[in-house]
Design a protein around this ligand. Structure first.
Ligand code: 0A1
Ligand code: ZN
Length: 880
């Protein structure tokens, strides 16, 4: 195939034409929908004029009229990707009629059919599958949308903005006209038509605006809207209190759809959600689901300001809205639940997923310099690292300074399409700081390594920290200039007490318990004075920068920090580092066929953790969970999948057996039959209870299997039920088959629960997993056109089941290649997203590398590969 075209940030040009307003009329039907778009267009005073270029793909053109006159075929040029209209005046009206086929749209971009619904997904470049239009975020227009459809099939007709009028039409049809007064880019356009239940509520904003809140779901899910609605109200209040951001339309709608490529979408006034990210009832959703729903509802709502009112100039600026909005949703979740649990979760995800991306062939800066397919850049780098970058800005200027900066940003740019530079400029201007060097975080990919050395001078009572930084090359850049890195530190004395901090050369301020050191050069020294005894440093508190820390702290020091660090995040982190050191030692034992010996040191520390169970159950369960196999693999030069699995299993079993009595007692005390409620305390207790259950299962005691079965049977909520099922699904035996069968029988009517049932089977470490998955792909409940099914089976197997996916015979790799080839014809975005598991091929042994490359080659050799998969497979294969 001819290589698809790459787009470069450096080539950005302002649009030649602007659209003042657009009037869209849809005659909706699943087989064929007619779209008439009437645009008021004018030359952009800042643009270069010339021909009018409109984007358009997979659409049938019926007619083009300019100022009311039908254009002849020689007055425009059509191609597979758009329409070029020559000789246009300075101001004019353009009316374009097109036909589209929602029924045939399995890519789920543009207008598509999901169940009995018609709905749209336009970010990033889906609007061009609906009509010819300048489909770029810096063209912002006022939209008026009229929808007409069969009244029985589609009683509900929704679009962005406020409802103006609705009425009856002939032939059993009806129509509704919507108007969105806020100019917006095409990617925020949305419509929904279908037969849906609507749960209503209302919210009064801080300035007294009455807003109708509406959640639309399939009728059978009418009892699963409460949590999303409550989360929405929490988010609206939180954004007023925290960022002074108020909602700006008469209605805010959320629609749940079953077939959706991502989590959810922030279309103006009409958010469309993957049903799995809205629907919850105690019976069907786990605590994790509740937590995710609250955070995603918040995320999409927060986009109303960070994304919609102020949007991106071009797609290279994607992290402008995503990084900032993720930071906002993380703050929101922390405020609604537990700050340390939130931070641990965020850092875990960053380290496991983003550090891997930054170290692999798809590494890209937070503001990429080029792309082939923008859909491939909805990544953990853009989202999670982007949030860390904004979080570092906050740390550097302080909370109040950050708020001044964001206020200025919203004031300056309301109604505009801007860049990450504009965001940083607002923080600079509001705080009178120079962040020029800081901006390298946006332009340089790769995870910096920060090395720390401490030196105590007892006679002069001084303690010096020497910090140095380096950053490995990434495929796009070999040389990296130093980053501006905030490193928050504290010092502890030998008894674990916090020592007051005073930096040499500073006018004596009040000594503080922790300080943020700013590392700007390749290396720098920071000296603390009046340090009365040799301290133990607590480094990178709260994970103040997305870096790898090399501190050369020995296991005894880590154990000390695990017990005493004043920063709870660092207590957890010290425990993780200690566990990694020990686990890697066990892997070495395994490789050399020695007996696996677990050092007493770790077990002593774990004994101390139990003491916190009553006061801080959330922290205890986080501390009891060992680092994941994927994260351990990333710590090795050549990942030893089997050794890691054996080591981790052995350590779990050792801990389980040593502390069986403690786990037993804790399980008993936490296993109350309390009515389900989603709140941080109850969630922490359920979590810890189920961590105990998992350890009890790891003892190998057959009684515990019975306990899991009992918990499944007696549970009044899905969290406890799933915890039992997950453990049973990982253990061979007749109980496993019975439990899986009866679970399915009980829950087959519920798509979200069926996806969980698929997930536990895909994640099982038992050797028959791949065979089982292949069988499940033929199960009547499973469809390859449903992204949630694909993610539950294929995604979970390839990403979260390393022992089986990386089976020595290459069966996992071959399976994935085959699935991607099939998926690519149906849904390129979803296909491309499954590729990740093959990206780190360089990390494995020679045999596995060869098999992984063979799988990649199979994909590369497929005829008519999508741009999405093409971009990723070529980058992976080019990784030498
Ligand atoms: N902006 C959304 C993410 C999103 C991106 C692309 C989509 O369709 C392919 C859908 C959603 C968010 O950040 O939530
Ligand atoms: Zn987002």
């Amino acid at each position: 195939m001819t290589a698809p075209k790459e787009t470069f940030l450096a080539d950005y040009q302002v649009p030649a034409y602007l659209i003042e307003s657009v009037d869209l009329r849809f005659a909706l039907a699943a087989a064929q929908t007619r779209v008439v778009s009437k645009m008021q267009i004018q030359g952009n005073p800042a643009g270069s004029g010339g021909d009018l270029a409109l984007d358009g793909e997979h659409i049938e053109l019926v007619s083009v009229k300019l100022d009311g006159r039908v254009l002849a075929g020689n007055e425009y040029q059509r191609s597979d990707t758009g329409l070029l209209i020559t000789h246009v005046p300075e101001r004019f009206t353009l009316e374009i009629e097109t036909l589209i086929q929602p029924d045939k749209n399995t890519a789920l971009e543009g207008l598509y059919h999901s169940g009995s619904l018609l709905c749209t997904q336009c970010e990033a470049q889906g609007f061009r599958r609906i009509t010819y239009y300048p489909d770029r975020p810096d063209v912002m227009a006022v939209f008026t949308v009229t929808l007409e459809a069969d009244k029985t099939l589609f009683p509900i007709l929704l679009a962005n903005g406020n409802l103006m009028v609705r009425g009856e039409a002939s032939d059993g049809k009806h129509w509704a006209k919507w108007h969105d007064p806020h100019p917006k880019p095409s990617y925020l356009f949305a419509l929904v038509a279908g037969d849906l239940h609507c749960q209503q509520d209302s919210f009064t904003t801080q300035n007294g605006r009455e807003v109708a809140l509406e959640i639309y779901v399939d009728h059978e899910n009418s009892h699963k809207c409460d949590h999303a609605l409550r989360s929405l109200k929490q988010a609206m209040t939180w954004d007023e209190e925290t960022y002074r951001r108020e909602y700006d339309l008469d209605v805010f709608m959320i629609v749940a759809v079953n077939d959706f490529n991502m989590g959810a979408m922030e279309n103006k006034g009409l958010n469309i959600f993957n049903a799995s990210c809205v629907l919850a009832s105690p019976e069907t959703a786990t605590d994790d689901d509740y937590y995710t729903i609250q955070s995603i509802v918040g995320h999409e709502y927060f986009h109303n300001w960070s994304g919609n009112r102020v949007t991106c100039r071009d797609w290279f600026q994607l992290s402008l809205k995503e990084g900032f909005t993720v930071l906002r949703d993380q703050q929101f979740s922390a405020d609604m639940n537990s700050e340390v649990v939130q931070r641990i979760g965020d850092v875990n995800q960053l380290r496991i997923m983003q550090f891997a991306e930054d170290a692999g062939p798809m590494a890209h800066p937070v503001r990429p310099a080029s792309f082939i397919e923008i859909s491939n850049f909805y990544t953990v780098t853009i989202y999670e690292k982007g949030a860390e970058v904004v979080g570092m800005l906050k740390t550097l200027v302080g909370n109040a300074g950050f708020r001044k900066g964001t206020d200025l940003y919203f004031d300056r740019h309301d109604g505009q399409a801007v860049t990450t530079d504009d965001f940083v400029a607002a923080i600079e201007a509001a705080n009178d700081v120079d962040l020029t060097q800081f901006k390298r975080w946006y332009s340089q990919a790769g995870t910096p390594v920060v090395t720390v050395k401490g030196d105590y001078d007892a006679t002069r009572e001084r303690y010096t920290l020497t910090l140095s930084q380096s950053c490995p090359a990434t495929p796009d850049q070999t040389e990296k200039a130093p980053f501006h890195i905030p490193v928050t530190v504290g010092l502890l004395d030998k008894s674990g007490q916090v020592m007051p901090l005073q930096l040499e050369g500073e006018v004596a301020e009040e000594p503080t318990d922790s300080r943020t050191l700013e590392l700007r050069d390749a290396a720098a020294e920071f000296t603390f004075i009046n340090v009365s005894s040799e301290p133990v440093p607590s480094l990178l508190q709260g994970f103040s920068a997305p870096v790898k820390l090399v501190a050369q702290q020995d296991n005894d020091t880590l154990a000390f920090l695990m017990a005493h660090d004043s920063d709870n995040f660092n207590r957890w982190d010290a425990g993780q580092t200690l566990s990694i050191n020990i686990l890697l030692g066990l892997v070495a034992d395994y490789q050399q066929q020695r007996a696996l010996a677990v050092p007493e040191l770790l077990l002593t520390q774990i004994a101390a953790v139990f003491v916190l169970a009553e006061s801080d159950p959330a922290l205890v369960s986080r501390m009891l969970i060992l680092p994941s196999e994927n994260y351990l693999a990333a710590q090795q030069k050549v990942a030893d999948v089997d050794g890691i699995h054996a080591a981790r299993t052995h350590l779990r079993k050792t801990i389980a057996q040593r502390f069986k009595a403690e786990f037993e007692a804790l399980y008993q005390s936490l296993n109350t039959q309390k009515k389900y409620d989603f709140n941080a305390d109850d969630m922490a207790q359920r979590d810890l209870k189920n961590v105990c259950l998992a350890y009890l299962m790891a003892t190998g005691d057959p009684m515990q299997t019975q306990r899991c079965l009992k918990q499944m049977k007696q549970a009044n909520n899905m969290t406890d039920r799933m915890a039992g099922l997950r453990l049973i699904a990982d253990q061979a035996g007749p109980e496993r088959e019975t439990a899986l069968r009866s679970f399915y029988e009980q829950w087959q009517h519920d798509r979200q629960v069926v996806d969980k049932w698929l997930t536990v089977q895909a994640q099982s470490n038992l050797p028959d997993t791949l065979i089982r998955i292949k069988g499940l792909l033929k199960h009547p409940a499973v469809s390859m056109t449903n992204p949630n099914n694909v993610r539950a089976l294929i995604g979970q197997f390839c990403r979260n089941n390393p022992v089986n996916f990386h089976a020595k015979d290459g069966s996992g790799y071959a399976f994935l290649a085959e699935q991607i080839c099939q998926l690519d014809d149906l849904n390129p975005q979803v296909a491309a997203r499954q590729m990740g598991a093959l990206g780190a091929w360089r990390q494995y042994d020679a045999e596995r590398q060869a098999l992984m490359k063979q799988a990649l080659q199979t994909i590369a050799d497929k005829k008519s590969l999508s741009k999405d998969v093409y971009e990723i497979v070529t980058k992976y294969l080019a990784d030498k």
